[in-house]
Every structure is written in structure tokens, then in C-alpha cells.
Design a protein around this ligand. Sequence first.
Ligand code: SF4
Ligand code: SF4
Length: 458
Amino acid sequence: MSRLVQIRSSLRPDGKHEPIVPADVSGRFTRARRVVFFVLIWIYAALPWVHIGGHPAVFLDLETRHFYLFGGIFDARDVWMMTFLLTGLVFTLLVVTALLGRAWCGWACPQTVFVDGVYRRIERLFQGSREVHRRRDAGPWTASRILRKIGTHAGYAIVSLLLANVAISYFVSLPRLFQMMQRSPAEHAEAFGVMAVFAGLLYFDLGWFREQFCVVMCPYGRLQSVLLDQDSLVIGYDEKRGEPRGKLHAEGAGDCVDCNRCVAVCPTGIDIRNGLQLDCIACTACVDACDEIMDRTKRPRGLVRYDSQRGLGGGKTRLLRPRLALYALLLAAGGGAAAFAFSRHADIEAVLTRLPGAPFSVDGDQVQNSFELLVTNKRSHAMPLRVEGEAPAGAQFILPQGSVTLAPLEQMHRPLFVRVPRGATGTAAEVRLRVLDDHGSVVARATAPFLSPPPVAP
Ligand code: SF4
Ligand code: SF4
């Protein structure tokens, strides 16, 4: 099993946080990550604008309590499906982590995407390079320092407000959001309060807390030591090749010239040469930084690289291994269950529930059961629907207004009385209804037991 050590690099011995200013870095992974961040940020901002089937691609409508997901419409009765979705995500994360280590943290986690892709760039714009920034911060409070701090924090605040409004647009429709923006906050104090608190949290977390969130708070980060094994892909330092570290051309020295570039660029402030660490978010900055040094010193790249711990130790990485097979099996089982659950999700839903009171009533030779029929149209267009009784055979179905056109997301509640001649059914009969569209196709069914008194003894 892998061993992760924790070296709290951004915490001073007195427990205070030491703000980290990573040095600039360029290289193939840095460029690739910028492209990924750009795409992910655009997806995040664009999803409420993209409409599928007349509704935003991802939208949790708090007013009507409906959830729109890529053309599907879900309501409170579909919450059970979230179990499958969440377990599917957990199993996916297990497999991805066992295979690719903390790839999620370095490439796709919103914390990393927004800190590295937006907030650090604002900081770089106003404060300059690491050297200039640190030198200025160590000096007196000059006008330039004050103005640059104001510029940086104003930038953070504006972006935090923008991101918070984008987040709100996942819960409040865009026309309504624009309407709210043009009015006084007092007219929608609740929504404004939520937005302001969220913007404040973003400002605090992405502008200041940053890597501490990954190190101290993120539960996924804490699970790394049990999820990773010797064959998981990690970012590591090739100790055999690099040690003993020393000056370029020093006799007996390894390939590491001890330039500290890998430490200077690290956003969590750790030294990758100390081994695999909990604080490493696999951001690849040290890989690009060291490759640049290897290029300059005319040595092969990859002293710091993506590899497994077994590979870094000189062994051969095994792709197929029991742990991965187990995770893959769990993922397949979870995926199968999720696919089954989603395939059962109906966009026209019919539910038959027994009305409170006596389970049946006897009127002469007729036994009557009373129900409430609920039909929901979860399609994005109006649906003309007709309800027909199928069973028990010979039953009389008394349903006021059996044909109706339901608007999108409209529900129909109707009392339904089913009458059957006494003795015509056993005690375990079933009421079956079908809902048909205007083409006569069955779009939903509903069933409920039909209860009768015990047969009269001869
Ligand atoms: S960047 Fe490479 S050469 Fe420089 S200290 Fe780090 S591992 Fe050694
Ligand atoms: S050690 Fe390297 S990969 Fe890990 S967080 Fe620091 S710079 Fe990123």
C-alpha cells in the first residue's frame, strides 16, 4: 500500500498561514491545463443558457421543484434516482483514482480550475511575478503596493460576484435573474442574500484559503492514501536518477541540480523530492518546471514525471491488478443499476393511490374501491392524454374527465371509482389503467390492488 506523508508547507510553525505565491511556469502540461480550464469554465457558464427540449440543460427550478437534466425532467418523486447517480460518481472516482491518481484534483476540480485558471491570473496581473510580488510585500506600504492590493481584491470580488450569479442561474431562470438584477435587492432579499453569501465564500476560498481547502478540508484528498496503490499514476520524483542532488557537473551528482524550481512553482508549496505527499494536487507544475531545467542542462526530461510509485522505483507498472478489478466491478454494477433506474424513468407518469377510509364498499351486488389517479406530464410540450381501464375484466371505471390535455409539468388529480360485481374477482385482483396519447400509444400505466370482501360461505 502506498504511503503518503504530509508536510504542511503553507503553515508556519506557529500555525499561521503563509500565503503561497507560485513562480510562473510554462510547458506542455501547463498549456494543456489552460485549455482544459478554459473549456470547463465555459461549460459551467454556458449550461444555464443552453436549452434542450425548451429548458436549460442543467437547471434546478426551486420555484416548481423540478430538476432539468439534459432534456430529462425530474421531480421530488425521482429523488431516489440520485442514489444511483451519486454511487455511480463515487465508483467512477474510485476507478479514476486507482488508475490516474489525483488527476481530478489537478485537472478538473472546480477549486483548482478557478484558483489556477482565474484568481491566480488576476493576482499575477496586478502583482507581477513571484519575485516582484514577494519583494513588494516584504517592503513598506507604498502607494503602488496599496493600489495593487486594491486592484487584486477588486478583481477577486468582481469575479466572485459573477461566479455567484452564474451559480444562482442554475436555480433561478435567466429571465427572472435579469429581472432581479434590474431591481432593488430589497425586492428579492432572500435570493440576494444567498448570492452575496456565496460570493463572499468564493472570495474567501478562491482568493485566500486556496490550497488549505485541498489539504485541510477536502474529504477526497484525505482518502488518497487508501485509494492509491503502487501502480496508480502519480506525479513523482525519480530519486534513483536525481540523487545525490548537486550542482551541475559536480562529481558524482545525480541529475537534480537542486535549483528548487519545482518547489518555487508548486501551488501548495511542497517539495516533490520528499516523496508522495497529501498536499500534492497533481497540478503538473513541477513536471513542466523540471523538464525546462532538464532541457537547459541537456538531460532527458522526466526527472519529475507522471509515473507509478512502482515505475519510479524502477519496476514495471501493472495496469491489471485486483484492486482495480474490484473497483471496475463495482463501477459496472453501479453503472448497470443507474442505467436501469434511468431507463425506468417515465416522462408521463401515472400513479394510483387508494383514498383514505374503508378499503372497499359494497353496494348491492357491486364492490367498489376508491382511488385517486395522479397523471404528470414531464415532457416539455403539452400532451393530449386519455385514460382507459384494463382490469379487472368486467369492471366499471368511473372517472370524471378521462381525456385531458396536460401542459408541460402539469399534473392531473382525479378521483377514480372501480366497481366490480361481487364474487367476479378473487381477493387478489388488480386494477390496471393505461394512459394513451393522441395516437393511441400507451405512454404510462398505473396499477393498484382491488380489495373485495371474502366470498360468502355457501
Ligand atoms: S526542478 Fe528538477 S532539477 Fe530542479 S530541484 Fe526540482 S527536481 Fe531538481
Ligand atoms: S508537487 Fe508538483 S504536482 Fe504536486 S502540487 Fe506541487 S507542483 Fe503540483
